[in-house]
Write a protein of this length. Structure first.
Length: 124
């Protein structure tokens, strides 16, 4: 599951618009279950995240590949999205992370802070 999101202002104020992508390998039942979760219909922390969306423009199937090696990564979502990611490094030379971020779908799970060295999106 991945998403492309337009955030019109303060990230915590919501009113986001986005397209959700579910991997093409998902069964129909998995597609429906994930769609329901990310529409906020099943409660829990993901529902809190889902409430930030003012509008989900579409939920689409697409091949999703993500490769992460040593903090560097590549993301491909069908022909719509491609990104190469590189972390910001902390003083000890390890990737910088956020823990307990209010926008994480997994509370208290570390998230690597990264920048896109290459980025392309073809979905209006």
């Amino acid at each position: 599951m991945a998403c492309a999101t337009f955030i019109p202002g303060n990230i915590l104020q919501g009113n986001w618009q986005g397209v959700l992508y579910i991997d093409e390998r998902a069964t129909d039942a998995q597609f429906e279950a994930l769609s329901s979760v990310y529409r906020g219909e099943r409660g829990g922390p993901v529902a809190d995240f889902a409430h930030l969306f003012g509008k989900i423009v579409a939920i689409e199937r697409a091949p999703i590949t993500f490769d992460l090696q040593g903090g560097k990564g590549k993301l491909s979502i069908g022909t719509d999205i491609y990104a190469e990611l590189e972390p910001y490094w902390n003083r000890s030379g390890a990737p910088a992370v956020l823990v307990g971020s209010s926008v994480s779908t997994t509370p208290c799970s570390p998230a690597i802070i990264s920048k896109a060295s290459a980025y392309r999106i073809r979905n209006p």
